[in-house]
Every structure is written in structure tokens, then in C-alpha cells.
Design a protein around this ligand. Structure first.
Ligand code: ASP
Length: 488
């Protein structure tokens, strides 16, 4: 329905099933919000109302809209509730979020794009089970987002007297209708649940029952919606430039896997998964700071997949913290197999980011883009400095120069790992901009060294890295690479 077709106050059509709009007359509204009803518990009823054991299923959009008519009236927020439609405009019935997948994320994104100009903000009613995946996927698909997109759901249906649904939905409306509610504008994809407003691509479902059902383990909450709602503006993702048009991505590559390491995992199992020809990406939930068993067969499976152009994105199984490849000997095997570091990505953000990057990039650029912060989803970024080396040449001293993929500033440098591939044993010294940053005695093969202090001290912002590798005897240098981790 076009905005000019909207019914006025007192018009009985506000209660009819075809328009699904709030009771607030448009003339009195200070903000307009689109409520997109995808499904989930919030809009469910028992299939047999008198039987408490009967399963819950979603009601139609019109029935839910009836229940919300007064929502937002006090605050001056007028809304319109729509069900999901596919790209041809065919309505998709509301669904349990177990049914939601990449095609639905693309459809939701398309609807945001189609209605972007008409509304001041967007609320998405979604089942809680996969809500964090949808929030993460939307954050990558939305480009130049300058309006709030707030996902919410509930632990109990809105039709129950005792339920968290009303409060969650009202909070989401306040955030999406910032123009009317007076809250600061949050130009991001967020999750509003319980008292918390969380960045969508940092959120995770943490409880199947508690009112505070979602957490953001590696980034503070963007706001708290208790008695007096507060938004922490210093934590928000920046507004896009005024002339940058909003649009959404059109593709996700869904031939990916998410695999958790466990004690006893076998190379044959992993190999069988990775051999699927269509598979292009794997999220690997490693131990702790990105550690894996030093089982050569397992590591070779991963290495082979990487050399066939499959991307392995390593995240941690821990609830909090980040991957720090190279910190423990047990992560070096992964580091040597050209995996990408997912730092402190949630599993939901890692999987959807991988799908999004694989749909949009090719070759080396997949790893480069994966390791950069794209939408505030990770706190660190990795920059690779690859030094080109002539093959078969043997020298006592190597002068190497290369730029990093992406700008690196000393102030934001967190860690630097140098990988040297040496044919034959030698005592080696490495200089950065003529200052010694490392010495190796009797080194041979693939040597990884933490050179954070030296790089921090002697690098020059935005300039190429000048490396001198000198050895006590002529050697062949087969590989030289600096991996730089910065705060993003
Ligand atoms: N199974 C429901 C869903 O994810 C659970 C919920 O909404 O809380 O759709």
C-alpha cells in the first residue's frame, strides 16, 4: 500500500486484515516503521488452544497486527506490518526460524531495499533460534545503511499474558522509530532483546528460556532499554556519507561448512567433507586461541583444501576472546596452511561473512576481505605482507620490499609474525628499516617468529616494509611473509 493510501483515524479499515497498520493516524505520526514479520515464537499460538501439550505454530500477519494496534501510539510511531515476500512478490507464510536460510536473508534484504525510502526504521520479527545468523547476514548484505534495522523475537508468544514479547517489540519500535522516541539514531542492524540492544553481527542466542536471551560476548551492548533507555553513541557504527545510496547485496555462496574440532577428530572424516567439489569455504571452530592437534594427516587435509582454493576461516570455540594464530606452537600448523583468521567473530558472523565474501570475491581477495573488519563484526584485522622471491637463487643477504594488503598504522598494531622458509641450516639475522628485529641460530625449514616489538618500533606508517635477511652462509630463501594484526 502506498503511503498516501493509508487510512485516517476512526477509519474502520485500521482493524481490517489487509492493511495491517497501527491505530495511530499518519498525520500524528513522527516516525514510520516497517515491521517485517518473518515468524518465530513471538507470533505463535498453540495449534489446539485448549491443549497445553499442543505444538506452537505461527499465526498470519493480520492476526498479529490486530494484537499490536496500539503499539507506538503514545510515542508517535506509526507502523505497517508486512509478511515476507519472495522477489516475485509472492507472500511467504511466517516460519519457525529453523526454516530460515540464505535465500530468506536475501529476500529480507530485498524488502528493506524496496521500502527503504518510505520508512524511518525497520523492525524484523524473527524466531530466536537462528536470529543471530539473520542479523549477521543482513549486516553484510546492507550497504550504506543509514537507518535502524532491529531484529527481535521472544521466548513466549505475544498472545500469552505472561510473556516477554510485548516489551521486546516495544523496545525494538522505540529504537527503529528514533525520530519519534527521541533516542539517538542507530544506523546498524541490531538485536533488541530483554533490556539489551546489541550489534547484530556480534550477537548470539544464549538462553532458550531467559528473558535476556541474547549476548554479545566480544563487544559491549550498544544500549540498555531499562526504565530509562540509553544508547551508547560512542559504540555505534558510523553513518554512511550523505550522498552514499543504500543498496543490498544480491548473492550469498551457500556451499560452506561449519566444523568444530573435538578431541579424537580424524583426518579421514575431515577429508571426506572437504573433498566435495562444490564446497568453497569452511568455518573451523578451533580450540582456544586458534589451536589444533598437530596431526600431520589432519593438517594436510586442510592444507590440500586451501591449495585447491577452498577458504578456511578459523574462529575459536570459546565463548569469549579471539584467535591469535602463531601464539601457541599448536596453532602454527594452521598458520602454515594459509588459513584465514576470524579473530573474535561469532560463529554466526563467521559463517555469513564467509558466504558473503565467497559470493563477491575471488582468489587471494577472499582471504584479504575476510580478514578485514567489514561492518563492525570483529575487533581486529589481519594484513599480509608478502615478499616476492626469485626462485633457485642462493645469496648470503636478501633485500626485500613489500607493501601490506591494507593500511597499517603503528598505533593500531597488535601483533606481527614473520614466516621465513629457509633451505638449509643457517644463522640468520633480520633487519627492518636497518634495525635488527630478530636472530635465528641454526634455523631451517619454515620458521615462524613473533616480531611484534621490533615491527612496532621500526615500522613507518603507510610506507612499504624494507626487510634485510642476512645469513652466515649463502642460502636459498623460499618464503618471507609478515602477518600483521591490527585493531580494527
Ligand atoms: N523455534 C522458535 C524459532 O526460532 C523459537 C523462538 O522463536 O524463540 O522460530
Amino acid at each position: 500500500m502506498a503511503s498516501s493510501d493509508r487510512p485516517e483515524a476512526g477509519d474502520r479499515r485500521v482493524n481490517s486484515s489487509w492493511d495491517n497498520v497501527s491505530r495511530l493516524p499518519l498525520a500524528r505520526a513522527r516516525a514510520r516503521v516497517l515491521i517485517l514479520y518473518v515468524g518465530g515464537t513471538l507470533g505463535m499460538r498453540r495449534l489446539q488452544p485448549s491443549n497445553p501439550a499442543s505444538p506452537l505454530a505461527n499465526v498470519e500477519a493480520a492476526q498479529l497486527a490486530e494484537e499490536l494496534l496500539d503499539f507506538g501510539c503514545e510515542e508517535g510511531i506509526s507502523w505497517q506490518l508486512m509478511g515476507l515476500t519472495d522477489p516475485q512478490g509472492t507472500p511467504v507464510p511466517p516460519i519457525d526460524s529453523s526454516e530460515v536460510g540464505p535465500k530468506h536473508w536475501l529476500w529480507i534484504a530485498r524488502m528493506l531495499e524496496r521500502h527503504y525510502a518510505e520508512f524511518d526504521g525497520f523492525v524484523i520479527i524473527h524466531g530466536t533460534d537462528t536470529l543471530a545468523y539473520t542479523a549477521s547476514a543482513l549486516s553484510f548484505l546492507c550497504v550504506n545503511l543509514g537507518k535502524p534495522v532491529v531484529l527481535t523475537g521472544s521466548q513466549l508468544p505475544i498472545f500469552n499474558l505472561r510473556s516477554d514479547a510485548r516489551q521486546n517489540l516495544l523496545h525494538a519500535l522505540l529504537v527503529a522509530g528514533a525520530r519519534a522516541s527521541g533516542l539517538p539514531l542507530v544506523p546498524e542492524v541490531t538485536v533488541c532483546f530483554g533490556d539489551a540492544l546489541l550489534r547484530g553481527n556480534r550477537s548470539r542466542k544464549a538462553s532458550t528460556t531467559g528473558w535476556q536471551g541474547f549476548v554479545s560476548p566480544n563487544y559491549p551492548a550498544l544500549g540498555s532499554l531499562g526504565e530509562s533507555p540509553r544508547i551508547h553513541t560512542d559504540l555505534l557504527y558510523p553513518m554512511p556519507p550523505a550522498d552514499a545510496a543504500f543498496y543490498v547485496g544480491r548473492a550469498l555462496y551457500d556451499q560452506v561448512l561449519d566444523l568444530t574440532l573435538f578431541p579424537g577428530i580424524q583426518a579421514t572424516q575431515v577429508g571426506a567433507l572437504l573433498r566435495q567439489p562444490e564446497l568453497k569455504g569452511l568455518v573451523l571452530r578451533a580450540y582456544g586461541a586458534g589451536n589444533a592437534p598437530e596431526d600431520p594427516a589432519l593438517l594436510d587435509c586442510l592444507g590440500q583444501a586451501a591449495s585447491q582454493g577452498k577458504t578456511i576461516l578459523v574462529i575459536t570455540q570459546c565463548r569469549e576472546g579471539r584467535v591469535d594464530l602463531g601464539r601457541y606452537a599448536s596453532s602454527r600448523g594452521l598458520l602454515q596452511r594459509q588459513v584465514a583468521s576470524g579473530f573474535d567473530l561469532t560463529p554466526e558472523a563467521a559463517l555469513t561473512k564467509l558466504m558473503w565474501v565467497l559470493a563477491n570475491e575471488q582468489g587471494e581477495e577472499v582471504r584479504v576481505q575476510l580478514q578485514q573488519d567489514q561492518r563492525g563484526e570483529q575487533s581486529y584485522a589481519r594484513h599480509e605482507v608478502r615478499f616476492q622471491l626469485p626462485q633457485h637463487e642462493i645469496r648470503p643477504e636478501w633485500q626485500l620490499t613489500a607493501r601490506s594488503a591494507g593500511a597499517v598504522r603503528r598505533q593500531s598494531l597488535e601483533a606481527a609474525v614473520l614466516t621465513l622458509g629457509l633451505a638449509g641450516p643457517a644463522d640468520v639475522q633480520v633487519f627492518l628499516n636497518d634495525h635488527c628485529i630478530m636472530q635465528l641460530v641454526g634455523a631451517q625449514g619454515c620458521c615462524l617468529s613473533d616480531v611484534t616489538d621490533g615491527v612496532r618500533r621500526y615500522m613507518v606508517d603507510d610506507r612499504p616494509f624494507h626487510l634485510r635477511v642476512s645469513s652466515d652462509r649463502p642460502i636459498q630463501l623460499e618464503q618471507a611473509e609478515l602477518l600483521l594484526t591490527t585493531e580494527s
